[in-house]
Write a protein that binds this ligand. Structure first.
Ligand SMILES: [Zn+2]
Length: 247
């Protein structure tokens, strides 16, 4: 009965039978996995609140027969991220991050860099109020760590940097006014400020942030959502929560 000890973030849970849960975990050592937590829904469960979404845990898992589902033997909380749960806006962005991990990553595909980026991002989401910037940074970094590189400095078709008015997730970058005439499919409007902002964040040039207008940040949020909709094939379910945040 091989044992696995690993850090993990709880992505989501579903009920199983009378008292159990199936938990989707993004683990550091095994990648994304599903595991059964026996008795996790009993009031006096030994798991306590360690298996709620967002929670960063240390866990011990074991293989059970030929099942693809692992079993959770133990789960100890490293970080509960309480403040994320107390605020609708934080929950909304947090759920988007978790859903992205769930939809995007294959089971047992180990990615320690994305794992540590996720825990860093949840820590920031828990402690700061810069949700939109965090969302854009997470999106760009997640794409880069997954091998996607979008171009925000010049037109992806003609390679020039004339009047930029659009972004195409499908083409992978900015589209200038004249190239847009022949490439109308799925274009999102973008202003120069938002393009510069995305370019700076992609290069981790955080000094740029203070001079960025609210409008450019909002536009950049739309671009990131547009990219993931294109990559996944439809909007994430939790995008609706983000869309309903006022202001
Ligand atoms: Zn062009």
């Amino acid at each position: 009965m091989p044992l696995h000890k690993t850090e993990a973030v709880v992505i989501r849970t579903i009920k199983l039978g009378e008292a159990d849960k199936i938990v989707t975990l993004f683990t550091k050592e095994l990648g994304k996995i599903k595991a059964v937590a026996k008795g996790a829904r009993r009031i006096k469960s030994r798991f306590g609140s360690s298996l709620e979404s967002f929670t960063h845990i240390n866990t011990t898992l074991f293989e059970k027969g030929n099942s693809s589902l692992l079993r959770i033997r133990q789960a100890d909380i490293i970080q509960p991220y309480f403040h994320i749960r107390e605020n609708f806006e934080k929950i909304s962005y947090g759920l988007y991050f978790l859903e992205l991990i769930d939809k995007f990553l294959l089971e047992r595909d180990v990615n320690k860099r994305i794992f540590s980026y996720l825990t860093d991002t949840l820590s920031h989401l828990n402690s700061s109020d810069e949700q939109k910037t965090l969302f854009i940074q997470f999106g760009l970094q997640f794409l880069m760590l997954s091998g996607y590189q979008y171009k925000f400095d010049r037109c992806i078709i003609c390679g020039d940097a004339p009047l930029i008015l659009f972004f195409s997730a499908y083409k992978g970058g900015l589209i200038c006014d004249s190239c847009a005439k022949n490439n109308r499919h799925g274009l999102l409007p973008i202003n120069k400020g938002a393009a510069l902002y995305l370019y700076a964040l992609q290069k981790s040039d955080t000094a740029f942030e203070e001079t960025t207008s609210v409008g450019a940040i909002d536009e950049a949020v739309e671009i990131i959502k547009g990219i993931f909709t294109d990559v996944i094939g439809r909007p994430l379910m939790s995008q609706e929560f983000i869309d309903n945040i006022k202001g």
